[in-house]
Design a protein around this ligand. Structure first.
Ligand code: NAD
Length: 430
């Protein structure tokens, strides 16, 4: 994960002080709760996370220096099943971000009707500047710190920004060292040799692409020749880029944390991936001009795919978006204020809790396979995922059309409604 060249990071477009992810997530929930007119006791229980854990880990770095890292694990809801959600390694991670991401996971799992609640974890660190050895030590120390609250029937982590299958394998090992047995179902997104699932690596991008196909049908447009701009070229951004390219879309711009590239004639994501495998960045890809995140967001494209951090499309730039469709690969990339501007401008925003649910859907299938010790083929995984994603898309689309609301509102109404219904059935008495 170490960057070859020392290139300066670019910071998220939003001004940090003005953007609080958990406030955004709460406002989204409150809108749906108001629309559904849910009972106050359900509203109160769903408004706040069930549990927030902050941990500190002192790690000896390769140079002998001891550094203390802070991490979090938040469980927003375990009502419909174990908490489910990724672990992010990022210098910008915070408790508020984890709380928002955990709540979004509750709604996402409900949108695709999975037997999970929502959770999220993070460690404040700069993974790109750490060695493999340091990352392994940090991951295992973090796992030991949160071990009491995770487990196959309690809380099942997965990869997120700057974590991957290797990170998940280290979590499985740390869990195994403490319990005395390998329990693969404790974490998803593992390597295949440790009972990961076929199709998990590119699952979020694959799911995004299924949703893009249905969006095109809904808008009666062909994907052939459509111009696409992608903000973030990691797991999610690169996998959706390859599928869109294969379907005939033209990927005209891509940015990452170091900068960005632009070519109106199209960029081959397969070739770009060969470069990022070596340099960790899209910057200076041959035949392209440099572009910033801000410029990418404002490009005249058909489809804009944010696939990096939260809050990138906000009140400062929403009015300048020229795309017809925003497909949210990232979690929380569009602020509520931006949502309203985009709606007024007839930009179709396909919300994160639907669009990027392919990852958690395959994670669910990985968990099922791990619990039953019986494995599906890649074709079976893709077929089950496609069915779930496309059903969720049309459920949401039909609600949106019938009630004349945005896709995000329709997705929240479906998700919050499902969780509230489960709560009612479980009963009010604590
Ligand atoms: P990743 O670490 O594989 O890639 C992240 C990409 O975003 C990298 O290219 C990175 O350089 C870029 N990036 C980070 N900060 C940036 C910034 N300020 N400006 C521009 N680019 C920036 O992460 P990922 O797994 O692809 O996750 C991306 C997003 O998708 C996150 O919001 C994550 O929560 C969400 N998501 C991921 C999954 C999954 O299965 N990995 C599932 C659902 C949602």
């Amino acid at each position: 994960m170490k960057a070859e060249a020392e290139i300066k990071y670019i910071h998220p477009v939003f001004k940090k002080k003005e953007y609080d992810p958990f406030t955004e997530a709460t406002l989204q929930f409150e809108r749906a709760a108001g629309y559904l007119d849910i009972e106050p006791w359900i509203y109160q229980r769903l408004k706040y996370p069930e549990r927030e854990l902050t941990v500190h880990m002192a790690i000896t770095l390769d140079n002998g220096r001891v550094e203390t890292f802070t991490g979090f694990r938040v469980q927003h809801s375990t009502l419909r099943g174990p908490a489910k959600g990724g672990i992010r390694f990022s210098p910008d991670a915070s408790l508020s971000e984890c709380k928002a991401l955990a709540a979004w996971m509750t709604w996402k799992c409900a949108v695709v009707d999975l037997p999970f609640g929502g959770g999220k974890g993070a460690v404040i660190c700069d993974a790109l500047k750490m060695s493999e050895n340091e990352l392994e030590k940090l991951t295992k120390a973090y796992t030991r710190s949160i071990i009491d609250i995770i487990g196959p029937y309690k809380d099942v982590p997965a990869p997120d920004m700057f974590t991957n299958a290797q990170t998940m394998a280290w979590i499985a090992d740390a869990y195994c060292q403490s319990t005395g047995r390998l329990e693969p179902a404790v974490v998803t997104g593992k390597p295949l040799c440790l009972w990961g699932s076929q199709g998990r690596a590119g699952a979020t991008g694959t799911g995004l692409f299924y949703v893009l196909e249905e969006t095109a049908k809904h808008l009666q447009m062909s994907l052939k020749g459509k111009k696409v701009a992608i903000l973030g070229f990691g797991n999610v951004g690169s996998s959706v880029a390859k599928l869109a390219h294969k379907a005939g879309c033209k990927i005209v711009a891509v940015t990452d944390i170091f900068g960005g590239i632009h070519n109106e004639n199209g960029i081959d994501p397969f070739e770009l991936e060969k470069q990022t495998a070596k340099t960790n960045s899209v910057v200076q890809f041959p035949g392209t001009d440099a572009i910033t995140n801000e410029e990418l967001i404002e490009l005249a494209v058909d489809i804009l795919i944010p696939a990096a951090v939260e809050g990138q499309i906000n009140k400062e730039n929403a009015d300048k978006v020229r795309a017809k469709v925003i497909l949210e690969g990232a979690n929380g990339p569009t602020t509520l204020e931006a949502d309203e501007i985009l709606n007024d401008n007839n930009v179709l925003v396909v919300p994160d809790i639907l669009a990027n649910a392919g990852g958690v859907t395959v994670s669910y299938l990985e968990w099922v396979q791990n619990l039953q010790r019986y494995f599906f083929t890649e074709e079976e995984i893709l077929e089950k995922t496609e069915k779930k994603m496309k059903k969720a898309f049309w459920d949401i689309c039909n609600t949106k059309e019938k009630q004349n609301i945005s896709m995000r509102e329709a997705a929240y109404i479906l998700a919050v409604g499902r969780v509230a219904e489960s709560m009612r059935a479980l009963g009010k008495a604590a």
